[in-house]
Design a binder for this molecule. Structure first.
Ligand SMILES: Cc1ncc(COP(=O)(O)O)c(C=O)c1O
Length: 380
């Protein structure tokens, strides 16, 4: 997201820092690019990446569904009158209260990855359709999501047959091969493995699975070296084209839709010289909008609005903790207190994972091009 200096200054005058500016029009552009790259896939936005009402409304108007994982995310959708049939609950581990709350909302698709979780659905077997999540470890992903979740592909058949024995409807298979993937190799491998398991399950049980959920992992270009989405998705598209046409393919993108659509605007609130280098302290840091530096392992493109010769500098956050350093080695002009620093591509897993450590003010989220009215697509 590119905003000119004057617009940023105006937003700061109106809202003061720390700020995150989210452009809903750019979210739509991201969605269109992903849709063009994977035209036969139905998308469910992973709300966890940026749970914000304007974003939910924007994506709802574009016809996306929603991937939810908690009662809080359900409340966000409910408050925006989202049709619950357009939601899938993808957390593989849930309390009974979580299942009940999702069912009360009207969400009936859930994810499981083990026998204990499967048994939680016996009581609700007439009301749900499940996806069985498989694990595919992926060293090509910045964030590995298959260590904590997913059954081994070798265990899938046993779990599918157990579900059938219990009378629980399994609709399909799902996976998440990790976030911010460098290549689509593991998506392709996982799609082929899922198809093999589905074929074998059909042979053994005479039952059909109808969905493959290919998760997220679609990368954005933080480092200027990431391949564009059409290129990244090309092998996935090829793999999908080899599947039976009647299979429904869905995905749960988070990062790709929102990361490039937001910037963080923070003020320099203090400075020091330590061991020969300038340190600049901002009013936002790794406990705030830059939390993705810790949890998401991202180095964001960061620059000062001020122009001038650049010097190796340290950029730190406002809390009392020494881990609150945004960049240890960043080239910045000589900054003064009050100068503005802009972090780009910061829409995903930023405010979503921020904490309130030191009881500092939360980053204000300002939206641009947000839908004017909440579309009442569902009336309870
Ligand atoms: C179950 C699930 N689906 C989707 C996503 C979104 O993944 P990404 O942001 O890589 O698209 C995540 C991310 O943690 C996830 O855990």
């Amino acid at each position: 997201m590119i905003l000119d200096e004057q617009t940023i200054q105006q937003l700061v005058v109106q809202n003061t820092t720390p700020l995150m500016v989210l452009d809903c029009a750019q979210v739509i552009e991201q969605y269109q690019l992903l849709q063009q790259a994977l035209p036969s896939v139905d998308f469910f936005f992973a709300v966890k990446a940026l749970p914000h009402p304007a974003l939910v409304n924007t994506l709802n108007q574009q016809g996306l569904g929603f991937d939810i994982a908690s009662q809080g995310e359900i409340e966000l959708l409910r408050a925006q009158y989202i049709n619950p049939r357009c939601s899938i609950h993808t957390h593989p581990i849930k309390k009974d209260e979580d299942i009940k709350a999702a069912l009360r909302f009207g969400c009936t698709t859930f994810v499981v990855d083990n026998a204990d979780e499967l048994h939680k659905f016996v009581a609700y077997r007439n009301r749900v359709g499940l996806l069985l999540r498989l694990s595919f470890r992926n060293s090509d992903a910045q964030v590995d999501l298959s260590k904590k979740f997913g059954c081994r592909p070798d265990d899938a058949m046993h779990l599918l047959l157990e579900a059938k024995r219990l009378g629980i409807h399994v609709k399909g298979l799902s996976f998440h091969v990790g976030s911010q993937c460098r290549s689509a190799d593991m998506h392709v491998y996982a799609i082929h493995q899922c198809h093999k398991i589905m074929t074998e399950y059909h042979r053994q049980s005479d039952s059909l699975l109808s969905i493959i959920d290919i998760g997220g992992g679609f990368p954005v270009n933080y480092d200027g070296q990431t391949q564009d989405i059409a290129h990244f998705c090309h092998p996935i598209r090829e793999a999908i084209s080899q599947l039976p046409a009647e299979l429904e393919i869905i995905a749960e993108p988070g990062r790709y839709l929102v990361a490039p659509a937001a910037i963080a605007v923070s003020s320099v609130v203090g400075k020091a010289n330590r061991e020969g280098r300038p340190w600049y302290y901002l009013d936002d840091g790794v406990y705030g909008v830059y939390s993705g530096r810790i949890f998401d392992h991202v180095h964001y493109p960061i620059k000062a609005l001020k122009q001038g010769p650049l010097f190796p500098s340290v950029l730190a956050g406002p809390t009392c903790d020494s881990i609150d350093v945004i960049e240890e080695a960043i080239d910045l002009p000589c900054l003064d207190i009050g100068d503005l620093v802009v972090g780009e591509m910061i829409g995903a897993y930023s405010t979503a994972t921020a904490t309130r450590f030191n009881s500092l003010v939360a980053t204000t989220i300002v939206t641009l091009n947000a839908p004017e009215q909440i579309p009442v697509s569902y009336i309870a």
